[in-house]
Design a protein around this ligand. Structure first.
Ligand code: GCW
Length: 681
C-alpha cells in the first residue's frame, strides 16, 4: 500500500487557499525540448494537479498569455520580459532565474541550461508548497558546489552495506531490479534538492559487482543512467581495482604495466560507447582489504592516474577515496594512530594527481562518529582536487532507529576554519573549489535510502537526505531554514507540528551524543553492526579504535609532546587549541587528551560527573521527544505517526542501555560516585 510518505517531500499536499496560484498555473509554455525539460514539465504537472487540482495546458511555444514559462536564457526571448541576458552572466550551467512578470501574471523559470530550468521548476514548486507569495518574485540561484554526489552502498544481491531502510532500489538477486519507477522517484527526490551525481554500487566491489563494467550489465547501467540523466544526474560506478585480472584475465593489475593501462583505456571506451556522459569511477583501493596498487609496490598516485588517463578523453573523473589506514595496530602501541592515516598517506602526494582525479575525504579522521574533529587532510592539499564525504546513513548515529538529525553537524563541519591557508580557509570554501581554485570539487555522501515504503526507515531520517542535498547546493543556508523547509514540504503548516518537529530535530544530535560515547572519544559500540553500547567492544581490536580507559583516566593522547602527534596535522590556531589541555573544546577533549576522571571541564563539571550527567540527561531528552511526538497523534498521517512512535520506543531502550552500561562501566573503573546519587548499577 502506498502512503503519502512514499513521496517524501514531493508529496505535494493539497493547498487550501489556492486562489493566488490558480491563474498563473493554468498553462506551461515550453521554449525548448530536451529530456531534462520533459522532466520539469512532468514534475510541474504532477505537482499542480496534486496541490491545486489543475491540469495545465502544455504548449511548445512561448506566448504572451502563458502563465508558466519554462526554458533557458537562450531559448526564451528575454527582451519580451524586460530581462537582460546579463543576469545570467555569473550563473553556472546549473543556475537559474525564477521571476514573476511585472503584472504578476506570468512566472518565468529560466535556466542557464535545461538543468537550470529543472532546478528552477523545483524551486518554484517549493514556493508553492510553502504557500509563499509569487508577487514580485525574483530569485537567482547558482549552486555553490560543482559535484553534489550521492554514494549508494548497494550490493547487487539487494543488500545495502550499512543500510537501515530495507533493500536496494537498484539491485536484487545479483541483477538490476525491474522496478525502474522507484529509481525514477529517487531521481526526482535527489534532483529536487540539487544532487547531480550518483555512484550506484557499493565502494566494496564484490564479485558480481565487478562485472558492472562488462557487456553483461552495461546495457542495464545505461538504462538506469538514462533515467538519472533526465533529472540532471550523472551516473558513476564503484570499481574493483583488480578488474584487469578478474575481467581481463591479465596476470596483474599493476598500474604501471602497459597491458593494464591499455586494458583500462579500452574499458573506458567501451563504457562510454554505452553511456556517453558517464561520470567516472569511485575507487576504494588498499582499504579494509580491498585490492589496490600497494600490492605491486605502487602508490595512490600511480593507482589513480592510470584510471584518470583512461577516462580523460571522455571527461570522466576518478573519485579516489582516502579512507585508507594501517589497520594492523596493537592496543599496547600508543604511538601508531589511525586518525593520522589519511593525512600521512596523502599529504605528501599533493600536486601529483592528474587533473581529473578527485580525492574524497571523510569529514573526520576516523569514521563518522557522532563527534569527531574535522579531518586535517581537508585543505591540506592545495594542488589536489578534494571532495568531503559525509554519511547520511546513520551507521554510528542510531541506524535510523534513533533520531539523529545531522544537518547541524554538517553545518559545523562546513563552517570550520581549517587555517590551512591562513584565516578564512573554511571547509566549505575548500570543497566548493573557490579557495584553491580546484577544477573539480564538492560534497559527497553515503545515502540512507532503501526500498522501505518511506525510503529511510525512520520517516524523520528523510530530513537528513533533504538537508544534505540543500547544503550541497548552498552551504550557507541555515540549519533552521532547511529544517523548516523540510517540515513544511513534508508535513504542512500546522504550527504545532512545525514546533514539535523543529524541537526534536534540532536537539537530536546533541541528545544522541549525550547518551553515547562521551567527549569525542567515539566507538564504544558493538563490533561489526555498530548499534548499541559496548564500551570495550573495539578496545583491543586491531582497528585502532581505542579509548584507553583505566582506573585513573580515559582518552587518547594525540598531543605533540606525549602523544601520537596527530594534533600537528592541524594548522595554526587549531593545532595549538587542540594540543592544549586548557583550550581544547570540551566536546573533543577525550579525542585529544588522556585525562583523569577528576579533570575539570570548561563547564565546571569533572569528566566523570559529566559522563553521569549527560547520560541521565540523554535518556530524559528522549522521553521528552516521545511526549512531544505523542501530541501529534491525528495531526500527522497515521502511518507516519506510528512509524516514528515505534522507532522512538527502540531509541528509548537503546538510550537506557547506553546510559546504564556507560555509567556502570565508569563508576566501577573510577570508583567515584555520582554526586546526585542516581541509580548506577
Ligand atoms: O565505516 C566503515 C564501514 C564500512 C565501510 C567503510 C568505508 C563501505 O563500517 O562498512 O565500507 O567504512 O567507508 O569504506
Amino acid at each position: 500500500f502506498v502512503t503519502d510518505s512514499y513521496h517524501c517531500w514531493l508529496q505535494y499536499r493539497k493547498i487550501e487557499n489556492a486562489d493566488k496560484y490558480t491563474n498563473i498555473a493554468s498553462t506551461i509554455s515550453v521554449a525548448l525540448q530536451s529530456v531534462v525539460i520533459d522532466s520539469a514539465v512532468n514534475e510541474l504537472k504532477i505537482a499542480l494537479k496534486s496541490m491545486l487540482d489543475i491540469v495545465p495546458t502544455v504548449q511548445q511555444s512561448v506566448e504572451d498569455e502563458s502563465s508558466i514559462i519554462l526554458g533557458t536564457y537562450e531559448s526564451v526571448n528575454l527582451n519580451n520580459y524586460g530581462i537582460s541576458p546579463k543576469l545570467f552572466d555569473d550563473l553556472n550551467e546549473e543556475g537559474y532565474l525564477v521571476k514573476t512578470t511585472d503584472d504578476n501574471r506570468q512566472v518565468l523559470l529560466i535556466g542557464k541550461t535545461d538543468k537550470g530550468a529543472l532546478y528552477a521548476a523545483f524551486h518554484f514548486l517549493r514556493i508553492l508548497q510553502q504557500e509563499e507569495s509569487l508577487i514580485g518574485l525574483e530569485i537567482r540561484e547558482t549552486p555553490k558546489n560543482q559535484l553534489r554526489m550521492m554514494n549508494q552502498w548497494d550490493n547487487m544481491n539487494g543488500s545495502i552495506e550499512r543500510g537501515y531502510s530495507g533493500n536496494s532500489i537498484f539491485f536484487n538477486d545479483n541483477d538490476f531490479t525491474k522496478d525502474l519507477a522507484r529509481i525514477k522517484d529517487y531521481a526526482r527526490l535527489l534532483s529536487s534538492v540539487g544532487i547531480n551525481a550518483i555512484s550506484i554500487n557499493n565502494v566494496n566491489v564484490w564479485e558480481v559487482e565487478t562485472k558492472l563494467l562488462t557487456k553483461e550489465f552495461l546495457p542495464k547501467v545505461k538504462e538506469v543512467a538514462t533515467i538519472l540523466r533526465s533529472y540532471g544526474i550523472t551516473t558513476y560506478l564503484s570499481i574493483n581495482y583488480a578488474s584487469p585480472i578478474e575481467l581481463g584475465n591479465l596476470p596483474t593489475a599493476d598500474p604501471l604495466d602497459k597491458e593494464v593501462e591499455k586494458w583500462w583505456a579500452r574499458k573506458a571506451e567501451e563504457i562510454y560507447s554505452y553511456i556517453p556522459d558517464f561520470g567516472g569511477f569511485v575507487v576504494k583501493a588498499d582499504s579494509e582489504g580491498r585490492p589496490g596498487p600497494f600490492t605491486y609496490g605502487r602508490g595512490h598516485v600511480e593507482g589513480a592516474n592510470v584510471l584518470a588517463r583512461a577516462l580523460q578523453p571522455f571527461n570522466g573523473k576518478v573519485v579516489w577515496r582516502c579512507f585508507v589506514y594501517n589497520c594492523l595496530q596493537d592496543w599496547r602501541d600508543r604511538k601508531t594512530d589511525r586518525a593520522r592515516a589519511a593525512y600521512d598517506n596523502f599529504k605528501p602526494l599533493d600536486g601529483q594527481f592528474l587533473d581529473n582525479v578527485i580525492l574524497q575525504v571523510k569529514n573526520g579522521p576516523v569514521d563518522f562518529q557522532v563527534r569527531e574533529p574535522i579531518s586535517p587532510l581537508i585543505g591540506a592539499m592545495k594542488e589536489t582536487n578534494q571532495v568531503v564525504e559525509f554519511q547520511i546513513a546513520q551507521e554510528y548515529t542510531g541506524q535510523q532507529k534513533d533520531v539523529c538529525y545531522l544537518v547541524p553537524q554538517w553545518k559545523e563541519i562546513l563552517n570550520f576554519d581549517t587555517y590551512a591557508d591562513g584565516e578564512g580557509s573554511t571547509v566549505k570554501s575548500i570543497v566548493d573549489g573557490s579557495h584553491y581554485n580546484y577544477s573539480h570539487s564538492g560534497i559527497a555522501a553515503v545515502s540512507n535510502i532503501g526500498n522501505d515504503i518511506n525510503w529511510t526507515g525512520n520517516t524523520l531520517a528523510q530530513a537528513n537526505l533533504y538537508g544534505f542535498g540543500r547544503l550541497t547546493w548552498n552551504p550557507d543556508l541555515s540549519t533552521e531554514e532547511i529544517t523548516d523547509e523540510w517540515i513544511q514540504l513534508t508535513f504542512g503548516h500546522d504550527p504545532k507540528v512545525v514546533e514539535v518537529l523543529e524541537f526534536i530535530l534540532l536537539q537530536s544530535w546533541r541528545t544522541y551524543e549525550n547518551y553515547t560515547a562521551p567527549l569525542g572519544v567515539g566507538w564504544m559500540v558493538n563490533p561489526n553492526h555498530h548499534y548499541g553500547p559496548n564500551v570495550d567492544g573495539y578496545e583491543y581490536s586491531k582497528w585502532g579504535t581505542y579509548h584507553f580507559a583505566d582506573c585513573k583516566g580515559i582518552g587518547v593522547d594525540r598531543t605533540m609532546k606525549t602523544g601520537t602527534g596527530y594534533v600537528g596535522q592541524y594548522f595554526g590556531p587549531n593545532a595549538e587549541r587542540y594540543n592544549s589541555l586548557e583550550d581544547c573544546p570540551d566536546e573533543l577533549l577525550l579525542f585529544f587528551h588522556h585525562v583523569p576522571y577528576t579533570h575539570k571541564l570548561h563547564s565546571g563539571e569533572t569528566v566523570i560527573q559529566h559522563i553521569y550527567n549527560t547520560h541521565f540527561q540523554g535518556v530524559e531528552e528522549v522521553e521528552t521527544f516521545i511526549k512531544k511526538w505523542n501530541e501529534l497523534e491525528g495531526k500527522v498521517e497515521n502511518w507516519v505517526f506510528e512509524n516514528v512512535k515505534e522507532r522512538f520506543q527502540l531509541q528509548l531502550e537503546n538510550a537506557m542501555e547506553w546510559r546504564d552500561r556507560i555509567n556502570t562501566y565508569f563508576y566501577r573503573k573510577s570508583g567515584i560516585a555520582d554526586e546526585k546519587n542516581r541509580t548506577i548499577y
